[in-house]
Write a protein that binds this ligand. Structure first.
Ligand code: 6GU
Length: 245
């Protein structure tokens, strides 16, 4: 997948796109990143990229000219699926990440200042936010989106890793994990994980996922298909009849 990023702060991207899983995916040729400085495309004498808002008000607005020129240069045949990062966008979730992961070519425009000239929005396919808070710019949000979608692209995760078995994929939060030693600072790993009874382990993990979801994100339970055993378990927990945690 080719990923273009349009930003006023290209230097923010190299540490993230060059490291860890994303860096390895780029080395393997699975992901191909190209980060473009919007300022390079400004035709004004001082390479301006923002101007005062018509109608007045605080802050500056990103000008259309540098962004249009950049788009015309790097995506002249309009082949990329174009996403603008802005707090007014739809909120990123697993479904959106999976949808974006199917595209052959993605382009991310990072918003800044008080906003982007609305005529730019007509050139984009999607407006995306990463949550209900405001960042100083869309760069961190773009990196979050890129990282999130990369996990759904074949070959990015190792063969024994899976984007399927984790928090949110079945609508529940992830169960607790332990590794050696089986006792550390007086704290023991739950016995059920040590005895090789895979059905018991699966049930324990499911119940832990239910407990953690109930505690941290109870609203998520509304959207989960619960088995009869799940329902009985949650009832028992709510009635205070339960369970270690
Ligand atoms: Cl995409 N941009 C900015 N500036 N703030 C945000 C955001 C995006 N998503 C959440 N907050």
């Amino acid at each position: 997948m080719r990923i273009d990023v349009l930003t006023l702060f290209p230097e923010m991207f190299s540490p993230v796109l060059g490291a860890s899983m994303l860096g390895r995916a780029a080395q393997k040729g699975i992901l191909e990143f190209s980060v473009h400085n919007i300022r390079d495309y400004s035709t004004s004498k001082h390479k301006n990229t923002d101007d005062y808002p018509f109608g007045g008000g605080a802050g500056m607005v990103m000008m259309p000219q540098p962004i249009f020129s950049c788009l015309d240069t790097i995506d002249e045949n309009a082949e990329a699926y174009r996403v603008v990062l802005t707090p007014r966008g739809e909120t990123l979730n697993v479904a959106l990440a999976q949808e974006l992961a199917q595209k052959e070519r993605l382009l991310f425009l990072c918003g800044h200042y008080e906003g982007i000239d609305e005529r730019v929005m007509g050139k984009m396919h999607r407006e995306v936010s990463i949550g209900d808070y405001v960042l100083t710019g869309g760069e961190l949000a773009a990196m979050v989106v890129i990282d999130c979608i990369s996990r759904f692209i074949p070959g990015v995760l190792g063969s024994d890793e899976s984007a399927m078995d984790e928090s949110f994929s079945d609508g529940l939060l992830e169960y607790p994990q332990y590794t050696r030693p089986s006792e550390f600072c007086g704290e023991k790993v739950p016995e059920v994980l040590l005895n090789g009874n895979h059905a018991a382990i699966a049930r324990w993990r499911r119940e832990q996922s239910l407990l953690i979801t109930l505690k941290n994100r109870p609203e998520l339970l509304e959207g989960v298909s619960l088995t009869k055993a799940d329902r009985l378990f949650l009832e028992a927990v709510k009635n205070g009849e339960n369970q270690g945690k």
